[in-house]
Design a protein around this ligand. Structure first.
Ligand SMILES: Nc1nc2c(ncn2[C@@H]2O[C@H](COP(=O)(O)OP(=O)(O)OP(=O)(O)O)[C@@H](O)[C@H]2O)c(=O)[nH]1
Ligand SMILES: [Mg+2]
Length: 316
């Protein structure tokens, strides 16, 4: 493992791929490994890209990669599909130009699907970002399909979040979930070659106007990814947002918040496992459950008693 980490630092793509698989599969080595790479992280800027299925996220990411390479940045791309249990499927493999990028040594592309829980996916995504950060990527792009809470959890890992919309006929804006309004730093109306793009932009701007003003008002841009139109402006906007995050102190703030969340999560995880190990060792859980099912005991008191019995909790 030491060797793997060393290989990662010296730029081995194979090592990066292996390490991401290890974290994705929750390998026993994982904790040691993350500890090992941690001192080498904290440099990558993380950009989240989310939006409805088929809105053109991959096409847009593809275009952005060209812009970023022109700025001589090293980039990692992680495609996360919370709807798919498979990794490697949904996202980028099908995009031919993306495959061209895959030959570029300074671009590393990887897909991930749900293995186990969605919470697990958010965690695995975070850990994969750490690997790519240590690998020396300047920017890590996360593409995730917008399907509810899962993508909100995933983009919480991003320093800047871009929401991709399409001009829809009818009640387009009603379909934008409240959560999405909250997480967007930049809106991109992709497929602006289709009718209704302008109206969609107006509607979003109106929604933004109703929100109380923040230091950063999310800009609403239009793009046609299939023709590489409007991409320069999107990239400029992302750079503006990054500058804002850095100069206003917001970046430090959200990164601190993230560390707090991760630490809390980790402690809860360890405590929970520890307690359940002891409970399983010391307590006949099945008969207790049976009692509750038969209404001879209530679950509220049972929980207290259980913790008292393993000497975790001592109060009446
Ligand atoms: N007309 C038009 N079609 C576009 C545009 N951008 C992407 N598309 C098409 O929309 C379809 C979906 O594009 P993707 O980039 O795969 O969309 P996605 O959001 O990554 O899709 P998922 O990852 O499956 O959610 C493809 O057929 C694209 O060719 C655009 O600007 N205009
Ligand atoms: Mg995609």
């Amino acid at each position: 493992m030491q060797q793997l980490v060393e290989d990662l630092m010296s730029g081995s793509r194979r090592a990066a791929a292996r390490l991401i698989s290890l974290v994705e599969n929750d390998a026993p080595l994982k904790r040691e490994l993350l500890k090992e790479i941690f001192p080498h992280t904290g440099k990558a800027y993380v950009i989240g890209v989310t939006g409805a299925p088929g809105s053109g996220k991959s096409s847009l990411v593809d275009c952005l990669l060209q812009q970023m390479r022109a700025d001589d940045l090293k980039i990692g791309v992680i495609g996360v599909d919370p709807t798919s249990p498979f990794s490697g499927g949904a996202i980028l493999g099908d995009r031919i130009r993306m495959q061209e990028h895959a030959l570029d040594r300074d671009i590393f592309i990887r897909s991930m699907g749900t293995r186990g829980s969605l919470g697990g996916l958010a965690r695995a995504t975070r850990e994969a970002i750490q690997v790519l950060d240590a690998f020396g990527k300047d920017v890590v792009l996360i593409e995730t399909v917008g399907v509810g809470q899962s993508e909100v959890d995933i983009v919480r890992t991003a320093d800047s979040t871009m929401v991709v919309l399409t001009p829809a006929g009818g009640d387009s804006v009603q379909t934008i979930k409240a959560g999405i309004m909250e997480i967007a730093d930049i809106f991109v109306i992709n497929k602006a070659d289709l009718p209704g793009a302008e109206r969609t932009a107006t509607e979003i701007n109106m929604m933004l106007d109703m929100k109380e003003s923040d230091q950063w008002r999310p800009p609403v841009l239009s793009a046609v990814s299939v023709r590489s139109e409007g991409i320069g402006a999107v990239w400029d906007c992302l750079k503006d947002h990054r500058r804002f995050m850095e100069e206003s102190g917001r970046l430090m703030e959200i990164r601190r918040e993230r560390v707090r969340r991760e630490l809390t999560e980790q402690v809860e995880y360890l405590v929970k496992n520890r307690i359940w190990d002891q409970v399983k060792e010391q307590i006949e859980l099945e008969s207790l459950l049976e009692k509750i099912v038969l209404r001879r005991e209530d679950p509220y008191s049972a929980a207290y008693e259980l913790l008292e019995q393993i000497n975790f909790y001592s109060e009446g």
